[in-house]
Design a protein around this ligand. Structure first.
Ligand code: OOB
Length: 550
């Protein structure tokens, strides 16, 4: 018998010490539930209730279950095997939910790419996850993902299966998948890794975040209680569905867990979202600060009925108190601040918190067993109320990234705390106020950009001698990216450098918003000062010179 040689892959694992496993189970956080398990239950309990709405499609809970079964069985029939990792790059359409649920039913492991990602990012994720399949869509927001699929397939021999929603051209059509659901595997081990989420990426390219069934289900089940999600709720996915915030805080998975209705909005702007809110009577939505402000402004003159909205959650980047006030006044509903991270820890202001707390803090952790430490540069706890580095561990915060010993050594303490990279102040009652980042990334309206990653791309340009990418305060985006560049020989134009970065196959949001040419990087000799200090100096100097403030 000829056995096909499948190269050994780095196993997916996420393990907490046995003592904590016992504790999290005893406390009822980890209940042994799984994605396929809860989806099956809801399909039985709420068979005819509408689960997912997007465009003109509406699926009931029973239909979602069946559609997931068709896709899952079809993928196995197509040659995929349980345990295979599948990069999913889909927009906010019903297919996002059916495909991901289909992967869960088949024991396949979704790896989530954002629609904005391009060749460099998707290739990195495919390789790092050792994925053999890629599921994407023909067209979304004016981009043809089949072109990207062709480039990826040419570059990555291990990518054996490409499936496309819509017109699949030479690839396999997701719509045409068929298979026998009797061949679907039994429900997985609740402690197994269910999927890989992408990190915001503060150094270099994104890291892969393995989340287990038990830990993730806990995070959105507990979020439901905190965010008031019940079977009567209607949750709008306005941000990209692949992002952890609209996925699980409480997100569409929280909504599905509750038996509520999920509505997917292809765009996040008021023009697309407001008519949907009116039509579907949306009760809850998660937004990043600039969008929340845009919505608050647009609400004043809209003809659409927004009165169903009960809770508007804002997170992903800092919402300053004046902006928080404008969101409440403009939208006339409850504001909930959400400070979370794909690695785990999520903080919420509570729905009954006093106004000053909702305006002025980023909330407190979901779980009584979320351990939070605020420490100085040497790792020692700061005095109560002082600003320090936020470290955390708990029942839904990872203990390691996938296949990245270097990042693991940097990002986790010996006793398993995750170094979030955020500078915070902890108030009485455990409420956190985010003061900024210790690390070198730019939080551009909730999209995280690694300074190092963009510097590497700039340095690959023949006309660039050196480059430092920093965040600049921006009245609309919160932060924008600014590249300080020392030219080599004739100075290239700012526009040509931006085009260069874009041409490197990167998400558009990573293209520097601003390019500033300088002759040298300050007076301190480069090489003697860390990149981090250098970036801080350039940023401070530029702000002082231009008088820019937030
Ligand atoms: C969310 O997740 P990520 O993984 O894209 O980014 C996490 C980082 C945090 O470490 C922090 O630096 C920043 O985003 N952040 C905030 C914030 N929420 C996130 N900074 C200030 N204020 C906030 N409210 O962004 C994310 C994941 C789940 C829920 C919500 C957001």
């Amino acid at each position: 018998m000829v056995v096909p040689v499948v190269p050994a892959r780095v196993p997916l694992r996420q393990a907490w010490p046995p003592g904590l496993v016992a504790r999290y189970r005893a406390a009822g956080y980890w209940r042994g539930e799984t994605f396929p398990g809860f989806l099956r239950e809801r399909a039985q309990q709420y068979a005819d209730d509408i689960a997912v709405v997007g465009g003109e499609r509406r699926l009931s809970y029973a239909q979602l279950w069946d559609e997931a079964g068709r896709i899952g069985a079809g993928l196995l029939g197509h040659g995929l095997q349980p345990g295979d990792r599948v990069v999913v790059q889909l927009g906010n359409t019903v297919d996002f939910v059916t495909v991901v649920c289909g992967l869960f039913r088949a024991g396949l492991v979704p790896v989530y790419a954002l629609p904005a990602h391009r060749f460099t990012e998707v290739a990195h994720v495919l390789r790092n996850a050792e994925a053999n399949a890629y599921i994407t869509t023909a067209q979304y927001e004016g981009f043809d993902y089949r072109l990207l699929a062709r480039e990826l397939q040419a570059a990555i021999p291990a990518l054996r299966h490409v499936l496309v929603v819509g017109d699949a051209a030479e690839f396999t059509a997701v719509d045409a998948l068929q298979g026998d659901t009797a061949h679907l595997p039994p429900d997985p081990d609740p402690q197994a890794v269910a999927f890989l989420q992408l990190s915001g990426g503060s150094t270099g390219l994104s890291k892969l975040i393995p989340r287990t069934h038990d830990d993730y289900l806990y995070s959105f089940r507990a979020s439901n209680a905190i965010c008031g999600i019940t079977r009567d709720s209607v949750y709008l996915v306005a941000l990209p569905a692949a992002h952890n915030f609209p996925m699980s805080s409480p997100g569409f998975f929280g909504a599905l867990y509750a038996g509520a209705r999920v509505v997917l909005s292809a765009g996040a702007g008021p023009d697309t979202a407001f008519p949907l809110i009116a039509r579907e009577r949306v009760t809850c939505v998660g937004l990043v600060p600039p969008l929340a402000l845009l919505w608050a402004q647009a609400a004043a003159t809209t003809a659409h009925e927004l009165s169903s909205l009960q809770v508007v959650q804002v997170g992903g980047a800092k919402l300053v108190p004046e902006a928080a006030r404008r969101v409440i006044d403009g939208l006339g509903c409850q504001l909930q601040q959400v400070f979370g991270m794909a690695e785990g820890l999520v903080n919420y202001t509570r729905l009954h918190d006093p106004l000053d707390c909702v305006l002025g803090t980023q909330g407190r952790p979901i779980s009584p067993d979320d351990e939070v430490l605020v420490v100085d540069d040497h790792g020692h706890p700061v005095a109560p109320g002082e600003v320090g580095h936020l470290l955390t561990r708990g029942p839904y915060t990872i203990r390691s990234y996938h296949n990245d010993p270097g990042a693991n050594a940097r990002s986790f303490t010996e006793d398993g705390y995750y170094r979030t990279g955020d500078m915070v102040q902890q108030l009485p009652g455990g409420y956190l106020v985010v003061q900024g980042r210790a690390g070198d990334h730019i939080n551009r309206a909730g999209e995280k950009i690694s300074a190092e990653e963009i510097e590497d791309h700039l340095l690959a340009h023949a006309g660039v001698f050196d480059a430092a990418v920093v965040s600049m305060p921006d009245p609309y985006l919160g932060e924008r990216s600014c590249a300080f560049v020392i030219a080599r020989g004739e100075r290239p134009s700012a526009a040509s450098l931006k085009a260069w970065v874009r041409g490197r196959g990167l998400a558009a949001f990573k293209v520097p918003d601003q390019v500033v040419f300088v002759d040298a990087f300050g007076t301190t000799a480069v090489g003697k000062v860390s990149r981090r200090e250098l970036r801080a100096q350039l940023r401070a100097h530029h702000i002082a010179q231009t008088g820019e403030t937030r």
